[in-house]
Design a protein around this ligand. Structure first.
Ligand code: IPE
Ligand code: IPE
Ligand code: MG
Length: 240
């Protein structure tokens, strides 16, 4: 019997847009457009499946190494996504939050994302965590600096530092840990994504590139997850 398979938080590494486009003789940016459209379907299915939080890796701290034209087009598609979906997300009671350092993003993208966050701040039905200019190591360094400053300011003592309080200094403050990580396109690595939050997540690596990852594929992943046995270092009941 599978254990501990309540599913509250799914994190997605939306990978494979470029290869999807290449296979169709299209520019990489066409893959990003198709990938953005796919987010809507996955969001809908997560709502239908009674998931409470999704985190989506949209742009990593390492993605600045890509050509400027690809980066700016990617942000344009993101702007279009939020403009198109914000009203319906508000109706769904979805709170939009962002993880990552938004200050390096194009001004227009920052405005649109911040506006979406502001408009949905009182929603409590579902959380849509968009990860932009996000890096797991950068997030841990940021949290460490915030905590060190509070120690210096004598707001907390070193003995107050523990795993529970550390959560409050991460971008994901207040969110439950990730239960399931899905990375599309077949790569089996986390690429600097949520090292703290994923530390006990189940992981599934479907071969499908993100622009083809549909509701049916998501349901298959959820079925696989439901059959996993999350032991958290303990032993199975029947062995007790
Ligand atoms: C994921 O698709 C989207 C981002 C990283 C922004 P990729 O663009 O990495 O697609 P592949 O991995 O090159 O196919
Ligand atoms: C991870 O994908 C980042 C996002 C999906 C936003 P990448 O395609 O950038 O990662 P690597 O290069 O395969 O590790
Ligand atoms: Mg990739």
């Amino acid at each position: 019997m599978a254990k501990n398979t309540k599913l509250t938080h799914i994190a997605f590494i939306m990978d494979g847009n470029g290869r999807w486009a290449k296979a169709r003789n299209l520019p990489r940016t066409a893959g990003h457009k198709a990938g953005c459209d796919r987010v809507t379907d996955i969001y809908e299915e997560c709502l239908a499946q009674d998931i409470k939080v999704i985190s989506l890796y949209a742009f990593s701290t390492e993605n600045w190494n890509r050509p400027k034209s690809e980066i700016s087009q990617l942000f344009k598609y993101l702007e279009i996504f939020f403009k198109k979906e914000i009203d319906r997300m508000l109706r769904d009671g979805t709170k939009i939050i962002a993880s990552g350092d938004l200050s390096r993003l194009p001004k227009k993208t920052q405005e649109i994302v911040k506006e979406a966050i502001k408009r949905t701040e009182n929603c409590g039905n579902f959380t849509f965590n968009i990860c932009l200019n996000y890096g797991g190591k950068a997030e841990i360094i940021r949290a460490t600096k915030l905590i060190a400053q509070e120690v210096l300011d004598k707001k907390i003592s070193i003995d107050d530092i523990n795993e529970e309080m550390y959560d409050n200094y991460l971008y994901t403050k207040g969110l439950p840990p990730v239960d399931l990580l899905i990375r599309t396109s077949g790569e089996q690595r986390t690429s600097n994504y949520m090292p703290w939050q994923l530390c006990y997540a189940e992981m599934i690596f479907p071969k499908t590139p993100w622009p083809d990852f549909d509701k049916e594929e998501l349901r298959k992943c959820i079925d696989i997850y439901k059959n996993r046995d999350r032991r958290y270092g303990a032993i199975k009941d029947e062995e007790e």
